[in-house]
Design a protein around this ligand. Structure first.
Ligand SMILES: [Zn+2]
Length: 235
């Protein structure tokens, strides 16, 4: 068994517990836009991402969708389904090409029920996700598109550990719940000021410190929650 998997939640577990979870896991590659589960259904599998990012999206009945969460190597996509039987309104798909350790939801749930250690770490991850969800819900209602785009790009960067990401304008508009023309305008402005380059659907973050300054304070709150994950249990 490798000493580390690249997934921060798994790597924070005691070796014996990690081994027990890894035994039924399968390593898989997940290309961009792979659908991991549909809204309203309990997924057959959940995914510990080792690289890449998954996006949680809510699609509306009348058309259109908006992003409600991002998960990268810090967590497990589908963790909400461990908590109870209520169907979630979100679906998950791959935003930045990923590698993952896939496990059946039922297999992970069996360990979740018996292991206090795993339960603690999963709840910690879900709490962090909820902090971001609350902050971003208010952000999307109150903050300007440029601040939000800067925040979102920084959040993608933290979770993917990459400066270059393939993101179409249409997709960014969907994610931010804004118009395509607004994305063109604000991405153009960030590019003119040298913070990002945006070409043929590829965004490269050139100056993360500057981009962070262009983001609203919501970024700092989400980043602090992310960085506080998985402190040693006996510390
Ligand atoms: Zn904000």
């Amino acid at each position: 068994m490798p000493a580390t998997t690249g997934n921060l939640l798994l790597d924070a577990l005691s070796p014996e517990l990690r081994e027990g979870i890894l035994a039924p896991c399968r390593a898989i590659d997940l290309p961009n836009r792979t659908q991991l589960y549909e809204q309203g259904e309990a997924p057959a599998y959940v995914y510990f991402l080792c690289t890449g990012v998954a996006s949680l999206e809510v699609a509306m009945a009348e058309g259109g969708s908006a992003e409600v969460g991002l998960t990268g190597h810090e967590g497990v996509v589908g963790a909400m389904h461990l908590l109870g039987p209520t169907p979630t309104p979100s679906q998950a798909c791959i935003l930045v090409q990923a590698t993952a350790l896939r496990i059946r939801l039922d297999d992970l749930r069996a360990i979740f029920i018996t292991s206090e250690e795993l339960r603690g770490r999963i709840l910690e991850f879900v709490q962090q996700q909820n902090v971001a969800l609350e902050q971003v819900a208010a952000c999307n209602r109150l903050h300007e598109a440029e601040q939000r785009l800067a925040r979102w790009l920084m959040m993608c960067r933290d979770r993917s550990q990459q400066d270059t990401m393939t993101l179409t304008q249409e997709f960014m508009a969907d994610m931010l719940g804004t118009r395509r023309t607004t994305v063109t305008l604000v991405a153009g402005s960030l590019q003119e000021r040298g913070m990002i380059s945006y070409r043929r659907g590829k965004v490269t973050i050139l100056a993360p410190a500057e981009l962070e300054k262009a983001a609203c304070h919501c970024y700092r709150i989400c980043n602090n929650a992310l960085r506080s994950l998985y402190r040693p249990l006996n510390a």
